[in-house]
Ligand binder design. Sequence first.
Ligand SMILES: Cc1ncc(COP(=O)(O)O)c(C=O)c1O
Length: 459
Amino acid sequence: MINLTRQRAFRPGAGLWSPAAMGIDHAQLDRDRIWHPFTQQRAWCEEEPLMIERGEGSHLIASDGRRYIDGVSSLWCNVHGHRHAGIDAAVAAQLEKIAHSTMLGLAHPGAAELADRLVELAPSGLSRVFYSESGSTAVEIALRMAFQFQLQRGGQHTRRTSFVHLRESYHGDTIGSVSVGGIDLFHSTYRPLLFPTHVVEPGDAEDLERVLSVHEEEIAAVIVEPLVQGAAGMLTHPPGYLRRVRELCDAFGVLLICDEVATGFGRTGTMFACEQEGIAPDLLCLAKGLTGGYLPLAATLSSERIYEGFLGAPEQYRTFFHGHTYTGNPLACAAALANLDAFAQERTLERLQPKIGLLWKLLDGVAAMPEVAEVRGRGIMVGIDLGAHDPALRLGHRVTVEARTRGAIVRPLGDVVVLMPPLSISETELRTLVEITAESISAACSDAYPASAKLAQAA
Ligand SMILES: Cc1ncc(COP(=O)(O)O)c(C=O)c1O
């Protein structure tokens, strides 16, 4: 297999060959060579991988030409659809200039312009932009900024070395972001490697108040996913919770970090979830939808107060010693600028509102299904909870497989089926997606519990 790949690289007349003609079996190469994220490889290798080669609007297109609705926006990041003309053109135009130059010691126009646009869009008071490449790194950076800021304030603030996060929180996969993670399945293995934190109940402001009043002097920051805890299975917070979190942080002199990696760029119906409770955090983490789902780019926005806490003469070493090679990559910045242009030109958020209305109306039918325990979420972020089942049944996965045969890609979180299509999805596509999901849930459940399905039919 490997030799075939090499042969392809050296073959003259590149236009004349095709993978099939060359005898390249990509599915086998995948099984032989790839280690997929969040995936039990043994189970993966028992199934035929779906090879996505192209995309168009709300659809993913496989190598065999079959089309699928992208029901999870390619892991919650696609915004305006695939092959969006404006973003395609912006990336191509940037490629004519330069693909990458460093931001360590140099600047470039795209990064500067994008930072200005983000500050304009973000909740007021956030005035500085620090780039990286993923949601995990955006969070890692926010944690390190908060920690170092408190240290550099001096005096009793140097004791503020700890963080508060919510139970069931998810902020990424690097060691810092895992430290403030609260999903045992993903995080508990690594506890010996992680820094200690304080954990509070999601949506329970009194619990936060209690923890802050006991540990006030040792806490650098509270970190939350505003309104919706995505990876927890689209857990939602009661109205007013986020506002109260902000008030408590102010009252106890603690920084607030909002992780809008999942909720940002329109997913909850507004550009940022924070807007819905009229608050601004001290640090805001953005990624996923920042480039419209095109390229890896993340941003950690900070208040001027935090930024100023790092100023000083070089030899004072108040510098933020952090920066990745591809930080603020020009191609990614070009995609992000075009993404923001599309939001404005296509009135994306305005046109999203009726689709959110339709989606939740359609979901009423799903919530009424006997197989469904609960449907929850906000805006265009949906979790369809199938209730507690034997993990060995892999019910969520069965739904994914069924949906695939019907023309939609959905990816579950355990037995919670997630729907999070691109904001640009049409009403017709939305109807089809919900219809396929409902049919797939029925089929998967009757497949997993054949006896009860027969009983139901007989009744
Ligand atoms: C709220 C939140 N924060 C951080 C992350 C991590 O982002 P990434 O996968 O880009 O590192 C995610 C990913 O799903 C997320 O949902």
